[in-house]
Design a protein around this ligand. Structure first.
Ligand SMILES: Cc1ncc(COP(=O)(O)O)c(C=O)c1O
Length: 460
């Protein structure tokens, strides 16, 4: 605490000597900042020059030299349904995660649904989840017929507040589904202890956490099952795609059968289905999707290293700016992979300039950033689920009292994050270098210095 205050004082001292740090940082990077007005003091949003123009990397990345052949070969082969390339992808992802089994499915949402269903979660059950996540997390719970129970967010880490989980456990609770938000881990020691104590299943939503680690274990491999997404924006992108990982072979066999219309074992695609033994779904990915996944997987480690280094460098600098609080990590985190770089913005330190004004001003300086998630625990899809025929048949009127549900699932800390404080930077910004990180820092410093002017001129 003391250190933080000291570094803030230092920051203010440095700022008052005309942003020396910024000018030096920019001066040290001629290739990136060429042509810019290096000492711009008027914020771009008020008509001044941008500090610099940066061509941020586009996402997803494609390198024709290394990528074209593998994918075109798979397309030209005419074997498009699940076969050897999907098997290869699954084997490689299992090895990469340090786990016995991996099964690909059509997306992360269905990786979650399949895991929950094959672990016995369904009608009448409750699943504990965080509200600070993508809508797929609660939708997956609802798809099984269970009810999502929201536990508030730990503001410093943006993860589920594990200290608040126990008070939400009821006789109907069957599972906890932590989300490793932004590629940083939830408080897994505490979550696994609670799961053990209350005999609960843990399904890790690792959809944003490829290669992330907690106590040197890959995320997704600590609970009973882990789910990944390979959707377009993800650190390992295929466009659409997902995977389940687990060491439980029996469970993985059930998942395999479920994703393949209930056939036992591993029959060739096109089997007539007369021997299907399970109530199931069809969730297979194609060979060319797996080929795309393999070429992306080949660069995942080096990209992850770059992201993590840049995020940690940026974080250490941003902490010096009053009112800027980058996502913290739990002490057990041995690797954060920063699918998002998120911070809390406190307008009180920026002369009352609202988050919207801060984001607009940063965008004007050439830095893409945005507000992030809205309050999932209050969104209309929950009410809609409660009004479906299945839910009405399963649950009593009392359980489906939506007003009461809203009351029981209030998450005041999360409201602050969603409505006032969170600011997100996309992972692709981290695939650059220290110079670009200095630029983000300099732009935030510029807004800090000019906050009052921006607020007055933009009415934000
Ligand atoms: C935290 C989280 N859970 C689940 C999902 C669902 O994955 P998908 O979009 O592949 O269905 C996503 C991503 O989209 C996610 O970010």
């Amino acid at each position: 605490m003391k250190n933080r205050r000291n570094s803030r004082r230092e920051f203010i001292k440095q700022s008052s000597i005309a942003g020396v740090g910024v000018v030096l940082a920019i001066g040290a990077a001629p290739s990136v900042f060429a042509g810019s007005n290096r000492v711009a003091s008027v914020p771009a949003i008020l008509g001044g020059s941008e500090l610099a123009k940066i061509n941020w990397p586009v996402w997803p990345m494609w390198n024709p030299e290394t990528d074209d052949k593998r994918v075109l070969d798979s397309v030209r082969s005419g074997v498009w349904s699940r076969k050897d390339i999907v098997n290869e992808f699954e084997q490689k992802w299992a090895e990469t995660c340090g786990v016995k089994n991996c099964l690909t499915v059509v997306n992360g949402t269905n990786a979650l649904i399949t895991s929950l269903i094959q672990l016995g979660i369904g009608a009448g059950d409750e699943v504990i989840i965080p509200p600070y996540t993508y809508i797929a997390t609660p939708q997956a719970v609802l798809a099984t017929g269970a009810i999502p129970v929201f536990v508030d967010t730990d503001l410093s880490t943006f993860q589920i507040d594990a200290s608040k989980i126990e008070s939400k456990i009821t006789p109907r609770t069957r599972a906890i589904m932590p989300v490793h938000l932004g590629g940083l881990s939830a408080d897994m020691n505490r979550i696994m202890e609670l799961a053990k104590k209350h005999n609960l299943i843990v399904v890790e939503d690792a959809c944003q956490a490829h290669l992330a680690e907690y106590n040197h274990r890959k995320l997704g491999t600590i609970g009973h099952a882990g789910a990944f997404s390979f959707q377009n924006s993800k650190n390992l992108p295929i466009g659409e795609g997902g995977a389940i990982v687990s060491n439980d072979e029996n469970f993985m066999e059930r998942c395999f059968s479920y994703h393949n219309l209930g056939f036992p074992g591993r029959p060739a695609p096109g089997s007539t289905g007369s021997d299907a033994v399970k109530n199931a779904n069809k969730l297979r990915i194609t060979e060319y999707q797996a080929a795309i996944g393999l070429v992306q997987m080949a660069r995942l480690e080096s990209q992850t290293k770059t992201r993590t280094e840049n995020a940690e460098y940026l974080k250490s600098n941003l902490k010096k700016i009053p009112g800027i609080f980058p996502m913290e990590v739990y002490p057990e985190v041995t690797r954060g992979v920063y699918h998002l770089f998120a911070l809390r913005y406190k307008k009180e330190e920026f002369k009352g300039l609202a988050r919207e004004g801060f984001i607009n001003a940063l965008n004007a300086e050439g830095i893409p950033c945005y507000e992030g998630y809205t309050q999932l625990n209050k969104m209309p899809f929950l009410k809609d689920a409660f009004q479906t025929k299945n839910f009405i048949k399963i649950y009593s009127k009392k359980r489906l009292n939506y007003t009461k549900y809203l009351e029981q699932n209030q998450c005041p800390q999360n409201d602050i994050l969603c409505n006032e404080e969170a600011v997100w930077f996309n992972q692709r910004l981290l695939l650059t270098g220290k110079t670009e990180m200095d630029f983000i820092f300099a732009a935030i410093e510029k807004i800090y210095t000019n906050a009052e002017k921006i607020k007055n001129a933009t009415n934000k």
